[in-house]
Design a protein around this ligand. Sequence first.
Ligand SMILES: Cc1cc2nc3c(=O)[nH]c(=O)nc-3n(C[C@H](O)[C@H](O)[C@H](O)COP(=O)(O)OP(=O)(O)OC[C@H]3O[C@@H](n4cnc5c(N)ncnc54)[C@H](O)[C@@H]3O)c2cc1C
Length: 348
Amino acid sequence: MVRIAVVGAGIIGLSSAISIQRSFPDVKTITLITEKLSPHTTGDGAAGVWSPYLLGDTPEKDVYRWAKATHDFLHNQWRTEDGGVIGISMLPVIRVVSEEETSDPMWKDIVFGFRKMKLDELAVFKKPSLKTGYSFVSFTCEAAKLLPYFLDIFKRSGGNVVIRRVDNITELQHEFDIVVNCTGVQANRIVPDPLVQPKRGQVMRVLAPTVKWAILEDDDDGNYIIPNQDAVVLGGTHQEGDWNTEVYSEDTVHITKGCFRIIPSLKNAQVFKEWVGLRPGRPAVRLEMEKIGISSQGKIPFTVIHNYGHGGSGLTLFWGCALRTTDLVKNALELHYQPSKYVPRSKL
Ligand SMILES: Cc1cc2nc3c(=O)[nH]c(=O)nc-3n(C[C@H](O)[C@H](O)[C@H](O)COP(=O)(O)OP(=O)(O)OC[C@H]3O[C@@H](n4cnc5c(N)ncnc54)[C@H](O)[C@@H]3O)c2cc1C
């Protein structure tokens, strides 16, 4: 019997676990190994707007495919009765930047109602350097609501959850044949992969029910305002290589000053909490199969499928990456285990 484990229960790990579980009903038990569960993963604090961001040199065709599949997933889920409960909302977004962008973004046909804004429309942001703006309709996917739902599906479908800290991915070699590595920024240590570095993000959650649009400034020193269902998320920072998860008071000043400039009434909004998370930055997302040594069952390669390094876009890419991960598991099974039944695409 083939033994499969997924390490990591953030948005990348849990979506991969569910997709694999649905696609291989013959594999009786899939084990999810994780140090922490929601609400203690990176996505839990993120605003979760669908919008490709901080992805380094990840090939555009991959970003497009994964982002489109995730957008389709969010749209389908949003259209179900549970869409709201599981944290998926549709909302208008404005994305602005101080650079003159001559070609439209590659994701423009994925979103609804994409429109390039006129220069005089950008004046409202009171940032004279702004040169380009896009208006479109997108989704927010709140991991704090979606992850418990995913975990419930995983367990009810026979998945096994083990709370455990893994120090090195190879330590699982004697317990499993295929391991899917979804450890986010901790892949730096567990693989180890020094290319993975944190992009530290600090945000503030406030009560501001009159704010209904997401506004994203794409500049290095930019701010953002993203409505979630129970709060509005004000941001933000992206400090490269900074592992500190304490709140910095200078970042609080940057966030409040910038966001109050865009929407002055936020000054009176009640602050719920401030939070810091570490985006898993990498020159490119790592989504590939690696064969390491021999598993304990005999002469079969111990196969690791890496799925990490999604930077500021884990909630924009997760479902497309979960489907690709599932294809890689299928390849590994075909090479070594010959599965008798494979369901090509999850119905979730
Ligand atoms: C401030 C901020 C705002 C963001 N906003 C957005 C946004 O609007 N839209 C968007 O698309 N993305 C956004 N992101 C990015 C997004 O949150 C991440 O890309 C995504 O959450 C990464 O998910 P992950 O599952 O790879 O990592 P994580 O959520 O970090 O999950 C890693 C998992 O691995 C487990 N793990 C780690 N080490 C070990 C170990 N040694 N042993 C066992 N288990 C281990 C952890 O416990 C955890 O369960 C934002 C991020 C931040 C910080």
